[in-house]
Design a protein around this ligand. Structure first.
Ligand code: PHE
Ligand code: FE
Length: 283
């Protein structure tokens, strides 16, 4: 479903070619959509669920970016652009800095419904796009893109990537009804949506910028630690009001914490047993 696409230059943007999706591809979207909608009803941040509705991502079938973008652009100035898959860091940051979110054009096939390595349109659009309709979160994403271009100059992309990982992909947020999911890596995953909130294994710690940027993360399995923000405003202020230059100087010592570390300076919301990771390590 990708090879015939020819429109492409160095921004990696391709035509979504919405008319080219097959009935089965639309059916895969619908299956995943309904499954996650049910799991997330009382687990996702209401702002994310609101975004799904606001942007009409629930209308059935793979969303047409041209249609989503009308509403999204009016709300926050963001647009979604199609890309073939992962794009180089600089390309990714440049898109975000210009309020464009690059989303995978392809959808997973039926024998990979639960897990795939490359971000597809379900992860990118169901997971990431709803919160782009939230003004504060949108501002954060743009700032992150600009911050990424800056981090490249400092050679500290690894630390900045950890910030993205533990917020945009695997972040939790405190709400009056308890912890909720906002990270797209969680919200687009059937099993991690439950694990992140309900399993006793992972640590759940209050978000702290430098702590997060020093923490290693797992790309092959559920996280061993989740960081919790009080609000997107807190996240925005903590990152945008901090000049990362002195921080990058400190981080240059290279000290990194393994993904399950607990420090005595951590504000612990729930101390994890790490039973899940320990059992996996033995197996
Ligand atoms: N304030 C950061 C800097 O000085 C930029 C940034 C903002 C990074 C928001 C991430 C998120 O580099
Ligand atoms: Fe993602």
């Amino acid at each position: 479903m990708t090879s015939h696409i020819t429109v492409r230059d160095d921004d990696y943007v391709i035509d979504q070619n919405w008319a080219g999706y097959t009935a089965d591809e639309h059916a895969v979207w619908d299956f995943l959509y309904r499954r996650q909608r049910d799991i997330l009803a009382d687990r996702a941040d209401p702002a994310m669920l609101q975004g799904l509705e606001t942007l009409n991502l629930n209308r059935g079938g793979i969303p047409d970016f041209a249609v989503i973008n009308e509403e999204l652009k009016a709300r926050t100035g963001f647009t979604v652009v199609a890309v073939p898959g992962l794009v180089p860091d600089e390309v990714f940051f440049t898109h975000l800095a210009n309020r464009r979110f690059p989303a995978g054009q392809f959808i997973r096939n039926r024998n990979q419904l639960d897990y795939l390595q490359e971000p597809d349109i379900f992860h990118d659009v169901f997971g990431h796009v709803p919160l782009l309709s939230n003004p504060v979160f949108a501002d954060y994403m743009e700032a992150y893109g600009k911050g990424g271009l800056r981090a490249m100059k400092f050679g500290r992309l690894k630390n900045l990537a950890a910030l993205y990982w533990y917020t945009v992909e695997f972040g939790l947020i405190e709400t009056p009804k308890g912890l909720r999911i906002y990270g797209a890596g969680i919200s687009s995953s059937k099993d991690e949506s439950i694990f992140a909130l309900e399993d006793p294994s992972p640590n759940r710690l209050r978000f702290d910028l430098e702590r997060v940027m020093r923490t290693a993360y797992r790309i092959d399995d559920f996280q061993q630690t989740y960081f919790v923000v009080r609000s997107y405003d807190e996240l925005f202020r903590a990152t945008v009001d901090t000049d990362f230059a002195p921080l990058y100087e400190r981080l240059a010592d290279g000290a990194a914490y393994p993904p399950d570390t607990l420090l005595n300076t951590d504000q612990v919301i729930a101390r994890g047993t790490q039973a899940y990771a320990k059992a996996k390590a033995k197996a």
